[in-house]
Design a protein around this ligand. Structure first.
Ligand code: ADP
Ligand code: MG
Length: 705
């Protein structure tokens, strides 16, 4: 047993040593792999290395297998040793049994021999007794008899004992035989044991050899692999050595770059500083020029304001604006739709019209270019609108040929309302702001003048012609009996009123556009105020007028109703021009009664009333003759005429609509040999005219002062 154990221990120790060696090899290999992986990637050594690794793992697998086999063998040896120990134990047991049996048998033998010996000593006693009996004679004969029977009995007893002894001897013999048999068996067992032991030893020997062989083989293979790995490593090392100089140059470059990067911010800072200094200097220069310019500009502005104020005073309360609509799809395409109107970037009161290849300039109080929004237009108008809260009468006219944007400016679109709606909205909000002290009532009327007939657009009987009458109270005020007035308080109210009027007009007319361009549409807003604390009453009237189209109707072509319409329009527009002219030139007689329109608006045009003429023009090439006429009308309405002499000399009377047409025609060259137009052929004043004008202004100032 101990031998086997020793063997096993030895094997285990050897095994352990090999395992450690293997581990050391693996460690070394891992180290090598790490070294290889770190510096070079994608190099051929890596492939070789992986191959080697594969081989190594193969070897490891084999070693693992061998180890497993070894463990198996160990297990077998263990089992065999166990079996041997068992057999030994069994043998020991049976030997002990045998010894016991022997002892038992020998004890019995001894007992039996003792019994025999005691039995042998007994007859001598009896012989002695017999001798004595013979000596004692007869009396003792009975006793002798008795003794004899007893002797008999004892002899029987001895015989029995002898038999028992014999039996026992036989038994002993049997026992001895069994013992011999058992001994032979033991011998046999021992021999067998010996044999098994030998066999086991042999097996162990063989296993040992096998194991050693396997280990040796694995070891030698590992060594070969190791050598290959070592060689590989050496190759990698040489590679590394060649890489080092490259790395050195790279490091050098890197350091250079780092230095440059470190120096860059300083350089940048410096450049920035100098640039900043330059810029601030430039800014300073610009600043000073700006300041100078600003100073000059302010001075100019003051001068201009002074001049403007003077002009306004001289012009009275009549203002003329021009608005140029954008070119629309309706203008068509090609040269006809080309733009003929340009503006002055520095002066929003000037516009230029290119007509028949000639550029004509016009100066109005303000000119709105096509891109001007409704909002912007209204901003220029709102002061006029609010003044009617203070009791002033205001007229706003939209003048121009059909399609020039009159209705757009006055009514606008739902999405982009015009002056009418914005004015009412402004009035509402202004009135609301004054509600603490004042009670205001705003009413609206809508009327139309067609062929010199006045009709109520909000009335129950729109066909009815209305009359304009003098107030019976002797105030000299005019009124229209039967003209419907609606009290309005909100935008919703006005919308309702407008819709109502519109529906009327639509149902009345087969062609609304046609009709509306042939008639004047008036929206009359009356603002009546009562100052609750003082009881003061004010009434202001805002007249918003969308005039009939100012276009000339071809005289030859027009007939009947068309001709009548044209004549009426001509008459009323000329009358409007005459009235404005008369008012501006402060003539004693103002011909209000020459048309329904001027008569109706008499109290809104005279006195300290304010008037705005919005002259609408189309910028399209095809409309230039009409545009020219409209702009001439505008300029004449606006022109300041000073002093009776110059007035008489320049303008005997207001030119009629026909006159305007004639001038337009002459400028077109349609009427050869026609006299020079009474208006200025060139709209912008010449320097000579300017100086004569400023002289007359001075004169006027002196006389009024
Ligand atoms: P009028 O009333 O003088 O006959 P309209 O107001 O009906 O002219 O305008 C003619 C067309 O031109 C309409 O389609 C109108 O919407 C458009 N229009 C006029 N003025 C402008 C403008 N300032 N911006 C945009 N469109 C305009
Ligand atoms: Mg219109």
């Amino acid at each position: 047993g101990t031998d086997a154990e020793k063997h096993r221990d030895l094997l285990a120790a050897e095994n352990e040593r090999l395992r450690q060696e293997m581990k050391a090899c693996e460690g070394e290999l891992r180290e090598l792999q790490r070294q290889q992986q770190a510096p070079c990637r994608d190099c051929p050594h890596l492939q070789e290395n992986t191959k080697l690794q594969e081989q190594l793992s193969q070897l490891q697998r084999e070693a693992e297998e061998t180890r497993a086999k070894l463990v198996e063998l160990d297990l077998e040896v263990q089992q065999k040793t166990n079996r041997l120990a068992e057999v030994e134990l069994r043998l020991k047991d049976s030997l002990a049994e045998r010894a016991e049996e022997e002892e038992r048998l020998s004890r019995r033998l001894r007992d039996s021999q003792e019994t025999i010996a005691s039995l042998k000593s007994q007859p001598q006693q009896i012989k002695y007794i017999i001798k004595t009996v013979e000596v004692e004679s007869a009396k003792a004969k009975q006793a002798l008899c008795e003794t004899q029977s007893r002797n008999q009995y004892l002899q029987e007893q001895v015989g029995m004992q002898k038999q028992v002894l014999k039996e026992m001897e036989q038994q002993l013999q049997r026992s001895q035989k069994t013992e011999a048999q058992l001994r032979a068996q033991i011998m046999m067992y021992e021999a067998e044991l010996e044999r098994a032991h030998g066999q086991m030893l042999e097996e162990m020997q063989a296993m040992e050899e096998e194991k050693n062989h396997a280990i040796e083989e694995a070891f030698s293979r590992a060594q070969v692999e190791m050598k290959a790995v070592h060689e590989n490593l050496a190759g990698v090392r040489t590679n590394l050595l060649t890489l080092q100089p490259a790395l050195r140059t790279l490091t050098h470059d890197y350091n250079n770059l780092k230095r440059q990067v470190r120096d860059f911010p300083v350089l940048l800072q410096e450049t920035l500083r100098s640039a900043r200094a330059e810029i601030s200097q430039a800014i300073e220069e610009v600043h000073s020029t700006n300041r100078e310019l600003l100073r000059k500009y302010r001075r100019e502005l003051q001068l201009r304001k002074k001049c403007h104020n003077e002009l306004v005073r001289l012009k009275g309360n009549i203002r003329v604006f021009g608005r140029v609509r954008p070119i629309t799809k309706e203008d068509g395409e090609g040269p006809e739709a080309a733009n003929a109107v340009t503006f002055d970037a520095d002066d929003d009161a000037v516009l230029y019209l290119l007509h028949k290849g000639k550029q004509v300039s016009f100066e109005l109080d303000k000119v709105f270019p096509p891109q001007a929004s409704q909002e912007e237009v209204f901003q220029e108008v709102q002061a006029l609108v609010t003044s009617c809260i203070d009791g002033y009468n205001v007229c706003i006219f939209a003048y121009g040929q059909t399609g020039a944007g009159k209705t757009y400016t006055m009514e606008g679109t739902a999405a982009n309302p015009g002056i009418n709606q914005r004015a009412l909205q402004l009035l509402f909000s202004e009135v609301r702001g004054k509600a603490a002290d004042w009670d205001y009532a705003i009413t609206v009327s809508a009327a139309e003048i067609y062929n010199e007939a006045l009709r109520d657009l909000l009335g129950k009987e729109p066909q009815e012609k209305l009359e304009i009458k003098l107030c019976p109270d002797g105030s000299g005020q005019l009124y229209v009996p039967g003209l419907t007035e609606f009290r309005v308080q909100s935008v919703e109210d006005i919308n309702k009123v407008f819709e109502f009027g519109h529906i009327k007009r639509v149902t009345e007319c087969t062609n609304l556009n046609e009709h509306s361009s042939r008639s004047h549409a008036l929206l009359i807003v009356t603002v009546r105020g009562l100052d609750r604390s003082t009881g003061l009453r004010t009434t202001g009237k805002l007249n918003l007028v969308d005039l009939a189209g100012s276009e000339r109707v071809g005289r030859s072509g027009a007939e009947g109703s068309r001709l009548r319409e044209a004549q009426h329009i001509n008459k009323s527009l000329s009358a409007l021009g005459d009235v404005i002219y008369a008012l501006r030139s402060r003539q004693g007689h103002v011909p209000f009664r020459n048309s329904k329109l001027t008569y109706l608006l008499q109290d809104s045009l005279s006195g300290d009333s304010k008037t705005l003429m919005m002259v609408q023009v189309s910028p399209a090439e095809k409309n230039t003759s009409e545009t020219l006429c409209s702009l001439k009308f505008a300029e004449r309405v606006r022109s300041v005429e000073l002093g009776p002499v110059s007035r008489k000399a320049e303008l005997g009377s207001w030119p009629s609509q026909e006159h305007l047409e004639a001038c337009a025609l002459s400028s077109q060259g349609d009427l050869p040999g026609s006299a020079a137009s009474p208006g200025r052929a060139h709209a912008s004043p010449s320097p000579g005219q300017l100086s004569s004008r400023s002289a007359s202004i001075r004169r006027k100032l002196q006389t009024s002062g």
